[in-house]
Design a protein around this ligand. Structure first.
Ligand SMILES: Nc1ncnc2c1ncn2[C@@H]1O[C@H](COP(=O)(O)OP(=O)(O)OP(=O)(O)O)[C@@H](O)[C@H]1O
Ligand SMILES: [Mg+2]
Length: 250
C-alpha cells in the first residue's frame, strides 16, 4: 500500500490536522456535543500536550485524531492523509501501521506475558512471531524491564506496567503516538522517565507525540500546548507563551 503517510518526506505537513470537527454523543435530551467545530494542529517532530478541565473533550479529540471514533462534520488529516470517507477497514490498517496508543489504564492483556503483550502491534502488521518477540524483548530491556520478559502484567508495579504499555505503543515505530494521561498513575521519578522516552520519540524525524495530561509536571516537556475548554480550543501556546503558561500553571 502506498499511502502518503508512508512516503511523504514533507515535514511541513501536519502530523494531525482537525478542521471544524463536530462530535456529539447521544440524541435528544441526552445529546452532548463534545467537539464544537474544533480546529487542532499537531506538527511533526513535536511533543504536543492537550490540557483542560474534565469533560472538555480531550479524549474525544484524541480518538478522532487516531481514527478510532467517527465524527459528524469537519475534516481530519493525519500526515496528509484525509480520513474523511475512508472505508473503516482502510482506517484500521492505516492506524495499525501509523499510530501507537498509551491508555491511562494500560490496557495490557492479562493472559499474555510481557513479550507477548509488546509484540501485538507487530503481529497485527504481519511480522513473524519469532522476530516480533526478539524485537519486543530488546525494547523491554531498554526500558529497564530485562529479566521480566516472561512475567504477566499483574506481577508488575504500576510504573513497570506503564513502561510495558509504552513499549507496546512504540514497538512498531508509529509515526504518531497518542497518550491519554500516561503519567497519572506514576510516582515522580517514573513519570519523568516516561516523559523523557516520549519526548525522544516525538523529536525523531517524521514523528509526533500528542499527550493528554492533567499533570503539571509534564508541561516542561512540551514543544506546544493546546488548552481546551468546553469542546473548543481556549489557546495554543509555544515558545515564550508556553513558558509563561507553564510558570503560571505549575
Ligand atoms: N461514549 C460517550 N457517551 C456519551 N457521552 C460521552 C461519551 N464519551 C464522552 N462523552 C461526553 O463528551 C464530553 C467530552 O468527554 P471526553 O471524554 O472527551 O472529556 P475529557 O476532556 O477527556 O475528560 P477527562 O479529563 O475527565 O478524561 C463529556 O461531556 C462526556 O460526558
Ligand atoms: Mg479523558
Amino acid at each position: 500500500m502506498n499511502s502518503p503517510a508512508e512516503n511523504s518526506p514533507d515535514s511541513s505537513v501536519p502530523a494531525v490536522a482537525l478542521r471544524g470537527v463536530v462530535k456529539a454523543f447521544g440524541t435528544g435530551d441526552a445529546r452532548t456535543v463534545a467537539l464544537k467545530g474544533t480546529d487542532f494542529t499537531a506538527s511533526q517532530g513535536e511533543l504536543h500536550l492537550v490540557v483542560g478541565p474534565s469533560g472538555c473533550g480531550k479524549t474525544t479529540l484524541l480518538s478522532v485524531a487516531a481514527g478510532t471514533l467517527d465524527w459528524e462534520s469537519g475534516t481530519v488529516d493525519v500526515f496528509g492523509t484525509r480520513l474523511n470517507g475512508m472505508p473503516r477497514s482502510r482506517v484500521t490498517a492505516f492506524r495499525r501501521k501509523n499510530v501507537g496508543f498509551i491508555f491511562q489504564q494500560f490496557n495490557l492483556i492479562p493472559t499474555l506475558d510481557l513479550v507477548e503483550n509488546v509484540s501485538v502491534p507487530l503481529l497485527l502488521n504481519d511480522v513473524r512471531r519469532r522476530e516480533a518477540e526478539e524485537k519486543s524483548a530488546a525494547l523491554l530491556q531498554q526500558l529497564g524491564l530485562g529479566g521480566k520478559e516472561r512475567k504477566r502484567p499483574t506481577q508488575l508495579s504500576g510504573g513497570q506496567q506503564q513502561r510495558v504499555a509504552i513499549a507496546r505503543a512504540l514497538i512498531h515505530e508509529p509515526r504518531l503516538l497518542i497518550a491519554d494521561e500516561p503519567t497519572s498513575a506514576l510516582d515522580r521519578e517514573t513519570g519523568h522517565q516516561i516523559m523523557d522516552i516520549l519526548a525522544q520519540a516525538a523529536r525523531a524525524p517524521g514523528r509526533s507525540v500528542i499527550i493528554v495530561t492533567h499533570d503539571p509536571r509534564t508541561y516542561r516537556y512540551a514543544d506546544r500546548l493546546t488548552d481546551m475548554e468546553d469542546g473548543g480550543i481556549a489557546g495554543v501556546y509555544h515558545g515564550q507563551a508556553l513558558r509563561d503558561f507553564v510558570s503560571i500553571h505549575h
